[in-house]
Write a protein that binds this ligand. Structure first.
Ligand SMILES: *Cc1c(COP(=O)(O)O)cnc(C)c1O
Length: 369
């Protein structure tokens, strides 16, 4: 059967090799993998299995559903952390499945402690502390007060984390401030929970230097090849390719308008290729307002409005037969147009480009050295 949706090809070797690269860079830390949002849309199960094989043992997701998804493919020795914490009533599920909640409020911490106490179980627990991003996280002062008031052993605190707000740019002084705040916690937390690990760095944070790496680092984006630094060359391997199949080619006989609301027009003799992939597949987000691609080795541009399922490219200038174009489709992310190129051109984020990849794209996993 031919494929009538976009084809997202994911190179598992590139993802594993990015993980190993980060392991060298953070040589004295454990390197976890953040595979929330379906591994930034490339497929959490496959990425989890692949990274476990590469040596990764700690995996972060956001929701309970995501945790179940990857648990089905991971051996017992993998630790699954849930960044969204534990909701009221889900405590028993976490205990049964050995999911580790990343607790982000005092209320949640007290509820979880109470549950652990009632069960007589020292449940593995992670805590997120806010050191300057003001997103979720226990307030720094609250955390200290909580530690001081209840130096109990009713939970097994295995990890405490914080998150950097500006890690992709080493010029920000906030990075240093956050690091110093985080460091000041270390001694206190470790005196109560000697085996606890500390973790501050996401992908970009790893590249700020070894002082930011602490006991565990939490890369997400870098695994998939997104440049961790806005102003430096990308040291990571690209891991994805997106090709949109051409569903129909038409040569226009008389000047005509193209697409909804007739926002563009073409002259007679123009050749148009209708490709599979529209706004329902996140094309606006992934490719920007003016999608470009490579067709038989030549740069082409979309014309007219993007529809829900399709986009029209002007292929008039392509020096190839209709058959050849139908055969090759249009490559919109790959060797010729990289994720970094798209991000630059559209002033968007590699994160947004990746996580907007449509759910109906056919995902194909390859291993290419
Ligand atoms: C998403 C997330 C990460 C991964 O961030 P990247 O920038 O993709 O490396 C790390 N830590 C937390 C708490 C996150 O929410």
């Amino acid at each position: 059967m031919s494929i009538s949706t976009g084809i997202l090809t994911i190179n598992l070797d590139a993802i594993a090799s990015n993980w190993r690269f980060l392991s060298k860079l953070a040589a004295s830390s454990e390197v976890a993998a953040v595979i929330k949002a379906n591994a930034y849309s490339v497929g959490a199960k496959t990425v989890a299995e692949n990274l476990f094989q590469a040596g990764c043992r700690s995996f972060f997701v956001t929701t309970l559903e995501e945790a179940f998804d990857i648990k089905s493919v991971l051996p017992e020795s993998a630790e699954i952390y849930i960044l969204g914490g534990v909701r009221n009533g889900d405590e028993n599920v976490f205990e049964r499945e050995k999911f580790i909640p990343v607790i982000f409020s005092v209320e949640m911490l007290r509820r979880w402690k109470k549950y652990a106490y009632q069960q007589g179980a020292r449940l593995k627990t992670a805590i997120k502390v806010d050191t300057g991003m003001s997103r979720f996280g226990i307030q720094f002062e609250e955390f200290i007060a909580e530690l001081e008031s209840s130096a109990t052993n009713d939970i097994n605190l295995v990890l405490y984390i914080s998150h950097l707000a500006c890690a992709d740019d080493n010029a920000y002084s906030l990075n240093k401030q956050q690091k110093e705040k985080f460091e000041s916690l270390n001694k206190k937390v470790k005196s109560i929970y000697p085996n606890v690990k500390s973790s501050l760095a996401n992908s970009s944070g790893i590249f700020l230097g070894s002082e930011w790496q602490f006991d565990l680092v939490r890369p997400g984006a870098a695994l998939y090849g997104i440049n961790p630094h806005s102003n430096l060359a990308n040291p990571l391997r690209p891991a994805i390719n997106l090709r949109l199949p051409v569903l129909q080619i038409k040569t226009i006989e008389m000047q005509a308008t193209v697409g909804y609301s007739a926002t563009a027009s073409v002259n007679s003799g123009s050749r148009l290729a209708v490709v599979a992939g529209g706004y329902a597949d996140g094309i606006h987000r992934t490719l920007g307002e003016k999608p470009q691609g490579y067709c038989c080795g030549q740069l082409v541009e979309a014309i007219g409005r993007v529809s829900m399922d399709t986009t029209i490219f002007d292929v008039s200038s392509v020096n190839a037969s209709d058959e050849m174009i139908l055969e090759s489709g249009i490559e919109v992310i790959g060797d010729c147009i990289t994720l970094d190129d798209l991000t630059r051109k559209n002033k968007s984020l590699g994160y947004e480009v990746l996580t907007s990849m449509g759910s109906r794209y056919r995902r194909i996993y390859v291993r290419k050295q």
